[in-house]
Ligand binder design. Structure first.
Ligand SMILES: C[S@@+](CC[C@H](N)C(=O)[O-])C[C@H]1O[C@@H](n2cnc3c(N)ncnc32)[C@H](O)[C@@H]1O
Length: 274
């Protein structure tokens, strides 16, 4: 990777975070209510025939400019490390070449902290998904630069992946770090962490498997806490039933670092499948 490309990647990284915030606070898009979501609300088949229902997705897909490095990585490395979306359950041991604990990260951004964790926990298989193409390109570049063999990436909505591609009782951990907070009340329906999502997620965890979330938006943290505490299949690992200190194995994410510079608080939550 040339100096120019790495500078370009870092500029894009900042832009990504700004876009995430702008998507939440700066847009007055009328969301769904029967009409397709602004992002082209995904369609999920419901039963036989042509009956299809849209679900509101938790992201706004903004293409953004790809650097040369990201573009080349998408072209050259995707065939090796990318898993295309299709409605068919994955064979996880086959994907990682062995039986191993599998960690699924949703919304890895530019991938830095995701790859840090994969590097540190090399005995586990790391599957990540992100819908922002520059982030996917950056992550692919990172996999190659770090010579990682235990990482695979996807470029699709995490909800559909969990539903249609991840078998029940298969994941050791699901991690969702700094999901878009959708802070306006009228946009709360776009939040990823809701009752239905947690019920789906828990069904994909092995017993004793964990879901680890973090956010810098206090009211979202409270909502995650309450929704998790209300899920009968989950046990909050906080002794006080709310938050845990950031575990040493979770590196600061790029998004988090920016928030910390702006004086934001951070809340980590870990729930275990009973
Ligand atoms: C605020 S950013 C945080 C990125 C990264 N985790 C970090 O902390 O630096 C949230 C990311 O989640 C991604 N995202 C949101 N909903 C998603 C979904 N349903 N499936 C996959 N990615 C999603 C967005 O594209 C965005 O890049």
């Amino acid at each position: 990777m040339s100096g120019t490309e790495s500078r370009e990647d870092s500029v894009r990284e900042t832009e990504l975070h700004e876009e995430a915030r702008a998507a939440d606070g700066g847009e007055e898009t009328e969301l769904n209510g029967g009409a397709p979501a602004q992002d082209g609300g995904q369609e999920s088949p419901v039963g036989e025939g042509a009956v299809r229902m849209r679900h509101v997705v938790s992201y706004v897909r903004r293409e953004g400019r790809l650097t040369r490095g990201q573009s080349r990585a998408l072209e050259e490395l995707w065939p090796e490390y990318g898993i295309p979306y299709r409605e068919e359950m994955l064979d996880l041991p086959q994907i990682f070449g062995r039986e191993c604990p599998v960690i699924f990260e949703i919304g890895f951004g530019m991938g830095r902290s995701f790859l840090d964790m994969a590097q540190a926990e090399s005995c586990a298989g790391f599957l990540g998904t992100e819908v922002h193409r520059p982030g996917i390109g950056a992550c692919l570049m990172g996999i190659r630069c770090r010579f990682l063999t235990n990482v695979r990436v996807m470029d699709h909505d995490a909800v559909e992946i969990l539903k249609n591609m991840i078998p029940e009782n298969s994941l050791s951990r699901i991690q969702v770090f700094f999901p878009d907070p959708w802070s306006k009340k009228k946009h709360h329906k776009r939040r990823l962490i809701q009752k239905d999502f947690l019920e789906l997620a828990v069904s994909r965890l092995i017993p004793g498997g964990r879901i680890h979330m973090a956010t810098d938006w206090q009211e979202y943290a409270e909502s995650m806490r309450d929704t998790g505490n209300d899920c009968p299949m989950l046990r909050n690992l906080s002794a006080t039933g709310d938050y845990v200190p950031r575990p040493a194995e979770r590196p600061l994410t790029k998004f988090e670092e920016r928030g910390l510079r702006l004086g934001h608080g951070v809340w980590d939550l870990i729930f275990e499948r009973i």
